[in-house]
Design a protein around this ligand. Structure first.
Ligand code: CA
Length: 422
């Protein structure tokens, strides 16, 4: 077992009941505090842990790390240490904050190492090189197929053979809390008439999870489903905003473009794949049988509870969906194996999103397109207003966590407010 995953570990820091950031989590992020430069951090309960200061004090002295791994504004340097290097750092942080360690009584050190979460400004954790978006939830693909094609042929013929995906844009991936303007673009609201131009009227969220990769292999080599775990650093929540009206007009024949690339939001903490290992579950039976390079062994899906709320400007938030990452048809190992089967090389800091995660019941759909069924079933907000899609000044909040045998490992939240079009 990975030492930091031991469910019996107890920290001497106080962890609020129900916190996503138990001693078994130890996620990684980047924060800056008042007047200080950005640095790599971790978190336990409501304390942000400054890893640069831990390094300066020599707590990582026997690990294969360097100052530039932590004294930096992204996790990419640290990620070059690979799976075993990052595992050693996470295990060390865990050791330092469990009962036996002397750090507990070194108040001079602690004062500099711990930052109350309210004083830390969380930043974009990863410098994303390339972004790939998959389309791997069967229920979501089925729902979209029903709405736009035919319930009897909802899935396209390739869907159960290929983990379908497209190359997205990395520059507009931003951290939770970064508000953004409603996109403008071409739309064709009436099929028989010419297109119009203006602010999107069908702005939607997509409930997704993303994974971040370690440095891959050289161009021309592939990563197998068996090797994939060693190339995945960790995961975060991912809101892949979509302008449905722009999408409908532009997507033929080359797929998503301006309907998708104006903003995607990530939660600030990358939860390592190591920390998620205890929450592995079996995936669905895949029929028809997949090609050999997509076959996998063991449980490679993960049980992550997900939810989405909409908060209108002047009222409380309203829960509009509860889903779970375990509903994926294709798992990360298959996605990565497929992505590299042609020799495509992945780099440290690449981000790969799951695609909208919808569960089998209507309360588990991962987009407003499905929740309001193309606008035919509006959702009531606490202030009496209705939502078919997302309105100006709405904040969309996604949360996620895994929980088993009393251990909770969570992601916190990804939240962003939509401002009127510029
Ligand atoms: Ca997407």
């Amino acid at each position: 077992m990975i030492a930091a995953n031991n469910p019996n570990l107890k920290t001497w820091l106080s962890v609020p009941e129900g916190s996503d950031f138990s001693i078994q989590n130890i996620p990684f992020g980047v924060a800056c505090t008042k007047g200080d430069t950005p640095r790599v951090v971790s978190r336990i309960g409501d304390y942000v842990i400054d890893l640069k200061v831990l390094f300066d004090f020599g707590y990582f002295a026997d690990l294969h790390v360097a100052l530039e791994d932590f004294d930096t504004d992204c996790l990419n340097n640290m990620m070059r240490r690979g799976k075993s290097g990052v595992r050693a750092i996470r295990n060390r942080i865990s050791e330092l904050f469990t009962e036996e360690h002397e750090l507990k009584s070194n108040s001079n050190h602690l004062e500099q190492i711990l930052i109350p979460v309210s004083e830390a400004i969380m930043m974009m954790p990863v410098r994303v090189g390339d972004y790939t978006d998959f389309y791997s939830s069967e229920q979501h693909a089925y729902n979209v197929g029903c709405m736009f094609r035919d319930p009897n042929n909802a899935l396209l013929p390739n869907w159960k053979y290929i983990p379908v995906g497209y190359h997205g844009r990395a520059s507009s991936i931003v951290v939770s809390g970064t508000n953004f303007h409603r996109p403008k673009g071409q739309q064709r609201p009436v099929d028989a008439e010419p297109p119009v131009f203006g602010p999107s009227k069908q702005l939607d969220f997509e409930l997704e999870m993303a994974f971040v990769t370690f440095e891959g292999k050289t161009l021309g080599d592939s990563i197998s489903t068996k090797e994939a775990d060693d190339y995945i650093f960790g995961m975060c929540l991912f809101n892949d905003w979509s302008a449905r009206d722009l999408q409908k007009w532009e997507y033929v024949p080359l797929g998503p473009f301006l309907a998708k690339n104006f903003a995607s939001h990530v939660s600030p903490w990358i939860v390592t794949l190591d920390a998620l290992e205890p929450f592995r579950v079996k995936g669905p039976v895949q029929d028809p049988k997949v090609f050999e390079y997509l076959e996998y062994e063991g449980d490679k899906h993960i049980d992550i509870n997900l939810e989405v709320s909409i908060k209108p400007e002047s009222s409380e938030e309203k829960l509009v969906s509860k889903s779970n990452y375990r509903y994926m048809y294709w798992n990360m190992n298959q996605q990565l194996a497929h992505h590299t089967i042609n020799g495509c090389n992945i780099k440290a800091g690449d981000m790969m999103a799951s695609g909208t995660i919808s569960g089998p019941s209507e309360t588990e759909y991962g987009s407003m397109l499905e929740i309001s069924w193309k606008g035919t079933k509006p959702v009531q907000m606490p202030d009496g207003s209705e939502r078919k899609f997302i309105m100006d000044h709405d904040t969309v909040i996604m949360r996620g966590y895994s929980e088993k045998n009393g251990v909770r490992v969570g992601f916190g939240e990804v939240s962003a407010k939509v401002l009127p079009a510029k």
